[in-house]
Each structure stands twice: as structure tokens, then as C-alpha cells.
Design a protein around this ligand. Structure first.
Ligand code: AKG
Length: 384
């Protein structure tokens, strides 16, 4: 289905107005602030309550300036090594071999600037039913741009350290229990006036008809914003939809006069270093980035062990059977990341990941162990 195509582009004053109104609604929801714990060490109950109510929460000031600078510069170097000028090119823009083409999973997911690569297609299990508006990029734009980079724990040490952040891991424990698992780790790249859109969707795939279905069964995403995120370049959500079950997005758009601008949608507005969590059942998406602001998102997420054990994968990890051994191998990146982080930030608390308690020595972040755990680790993703 094609929408009645509101022109979701910054030069359209109606879009700018929609963005301003959405931002106001977002800031009124009462679901943002620093990561806070109560005196008993549990995540502050107001945070959990607001997350359960809205299906997302914006944590402010999670990553400091020094760490942001390190991560940004590693990512700039990485992006220089993307295939150029086309997604199937073997070399980068300087004629060097493009990075990571020898990996089991090609890290570069690329498409035409400002396009919607998956909306209205069968990609990703058909979870993006409606195509977004595709503005015309400038004539001198690249043919293809990376909008996702996969398998990032093996490509970016600074990403691994953010993944081992004690505050974020304590949030994961509070929501998914002490035996929480990862699922996939990617960058979302939305360069100014180039970044493609991600049309409205829910992430979860396999548990909609589960008799034990509940709002948290498909886990949650973490998005750490290296440059902040605005209504024009950031993710928008439909608050509360994580509790509704499977949403008929095409029907909602039909009932919205064919428009994908929903009156109750809100953008996830962040400063650099903020991180938000989004329930994977929340309806969400992002418009093409026609603004002048860059968005680079360090994106990962966590599941409940009970949601993945015994399941057959969908999305990343598709077709794989999630046995206890498979899951345990995949989870080894967590103690490794914790150690990588504590080596870089020794003054911080060290998060204790219960499933690997007592096995810290085997997960020291040093070259051999990192290679052993991380090379092609994403063959064992835990998509559901
Ligand atoms: O970052 C974005 O633009 C989209 C993120 C998203 O859709 C996801 O993480 O599932």
C-alpha cells in the first residue's frame, strides 16, 4: 500500500510543524531522565512504570563526552571503508578493500539515499507494510549509502564498551531478569540529507500468538545517540502500542486518511550521549533524514532467556534453533564487553552478569579471547 504521501521532508513547513507538535507531546509524557536506582539497588520504580506505560524511556547523559568522541572517530574511520560507489563494490572511496567483506555476514546494508528500502516489501518477514515518502536526493548524492552496519561488536571496540555499560546492563536485568540475553548489534546511519527511512513497524515476530504473550515477550532495543536525535532524523513511536498485540499498521494508516503522520506519534528527542530503550512491540519508524543534522545510533538490545530458549530464529539468526548452548555462546560477548569497559573506565562499577559469574578470567578482554568470542559472533544472533 502507498500512503497519501504527506511530504515528510524538512523543507515542507507542514512537516516542520508536525515535528514541533510531536516533540511537545514527547516532552509531556514524563518518561525521560537519568538512569536511577532505588536504595535497594532496583531500577527506580517510576522509570519502570513509565516504560511499561509508554513502551519507551529516554535515559539522559548515559555516555560522556570523552567516550562519545572516541566512538564517533572510530565510526568515521569505519564508514570511510564502506563499499563505494555501489553497495556491491569491493573497494572503498579511496580504492582500498572495503572493510569486512571477508566476514561471514556482510556488515554493509546499503540503499539509495532518502529511500525506504523495506516499506511495502516482504523484507524482514514483511513487517514494514507501508512505504514511506521518498524525497528526491540532490543530484550529486552517492548512489548507495550505508544505513545499517551489522556485527558491530567485532568492528568497533568503542561499541563493545558501550554494550558493557553497567547502567544499561542493570536496566536489562531489571526488565528481562538476570539471565537476559543479547540479540543483535548494529549502527543506524542517518547522514544529513541522505539517510534512508525505516517505515512503521513492530520488531517482534514470533510470540504474537503465544498463550503466554505479554508486553515484554519480544524484548527491547537500546539506542545510544552519538550526535543526539531530532524529530526530523530520529525514531518516532506510537506510545502504548507495545501492549496492544499485533497492530495492523496498514489499517491504521488507512483510517488516518492514508497518512503516516499519526496525531499521537512522538519522536525520540535526544541530546548527544542520551540512550533510549524501546519495547520491540512498540510501533516505530523513522522518516528519511532531509535535515542538516547527522544521526548515528549505537543500537543493540536484550531478550528474556525464556523468550528465546527453544525458539527458531526470525530476522537476524533466521532459521537457527536457539538451544541452551547456542544462547550461551552468544551471551559470551556480555562478560567480554564488561571487561573491555572496566579496562577503559576502571573507576566505574563493574556489572556482574549472573550466567557467567566466576568465569570472568576466561572472558578477559585481550586479543586472543576477543578474536575467539567475536569473530563472526553474529552468526548466532537471537532474532525473534
Ligand atoms: O533507528 C532507526 O531509524 C530505526 C530503528 C528501528 O527501526 C529498529 O531498531 O527496529
Amino acid at each position: 500500500m502507498q500512503t497519501a504521501q504527506r511530504k515528510s521532508e524538512w523543507r515542507n513547513s507542514e512537516f516542520r510543524q508536525y515535528c514541533a507538535e510531536g516533540k511537545k507531546r514527547a516532552l509531556d509524557l514524563g518518561n525521560r531522565g537519568p538512569i536511577r536506582f532505588a536504595s535497594d539497588g532496583q531500577l527506580a520504580s517510576e522509570i519502570l512504570e513509565a516504560y511499561e506505560r509508554c513502551g519507551f524511556y529516554v535515559f539522559e547523559n548515559v555516555v560522556g563526552e570523552e567516550e562519545l568522541t572516541e566512538c564517533r572517530s572510530e565510526i568515521d574511520e569505519l564508514l570511510q571503508r564502506a563499499p563505494w560507489p555501489r553497495r556491491d563494490s569491493k573497494t572503498d572511496r579511496q580504492g582500498r578493500e572495503a572493510l569486512g567483506l571477508d566476514l561471514a555476514i556482510n556488515p554493509w546494508i546499503m540503499t539509495r539515499p532518502l529511500s525506504d528500502p523495506v516499506g511495502g516489501t516482504a523484507e524482514n518477514n514483511g513487517r514494514h507494510p507501508v512505504k514511506m515518502y521518498e524525497p528526491e536526493p540532490a543530484a550529486n548524492s552517492p548512489i548507495h549509502v550505508p544505513y545499517l552496519v551489522a556485527g558491530c561488536l567485532q568492528l568497533l571496540p568503542s561499541f563493545l564498551r558501550i554494550f558493557g555499560h553497567p547502567g544499561i546492563l542493570r536496566v536489562a536485568e531489571a526488565i528481562n531478569g538476570p539471565d537476559f540475553t543479547p540479540f543483535t548489534e548494529v549502527l543506524f546511519v542517518k547522514e544529513p540529507e541522505l539517510g534512508p527511512s525505516v517505515s512503521w513497524h513492530q520488531d517482534g515476530q514470533i510470540h504474537w500468538d503465544n498463550p503466554d504473550w505479554n508486553p515484554n515477550i519480544h524484548g527491547f532495543n537500546v539506542q545510544v545517540q552519538l550526535y543526539g536525535s531530532t524529530p526530523a532524523n530520529g525514531v518516532w513511536v506510537l506510545p502504548g502500542t507495545h501492549s496492544e498485540g499485533k497492530v495492523d499498521i496498514a489499517d491504521r494508516i488507512r483510517k488516518n486518511n492514508g497518512s503516516d503522520w499519526f496525531e499521537d506519534a512522538v519522536p525520540l528527542v535526544c541530546a548527544p550521549g542520551d540512550a533510549f530503550i524501546t519495547n520491540r512491540q512498540t510501533v516505530h519508524g523513522s522518516f528519511p533524514n532531509t535535515s542538516k543534522d547527522r544521526r548515528i545510533t549505537v543500537n543493540f538490545g536484550f531478550h528474556r532467556y525464556s523468550s528465546v530458549i527453544g525458539q527458531t530464529g526470525k530476522l537476524s539468526g533466521a532459521g537457527n534453533v536457539y538451544t541452551d548452548d547456542y544462547i550461551r555462546q552468544r551471551c559470551r560477548c556480555i562478560p567480554l564487553a564488561i571487561d573491555a569497559r572496566i579496562q577503559r573506565f576502571p573507576e566505574e562499577e563493574r556489572y556482574s552478569y549472573q550466567p557467567f559469574m566466576g568465569l570472568e578470567e576466561e572472558h578477559r578482554y585481550e586479543p586472543d579471547t576477543a578474536r575467539d568470542i567475536l569473530t563472526n559472533y553474529n552468526l548466532r544472533d537471537l532474532g525473534i
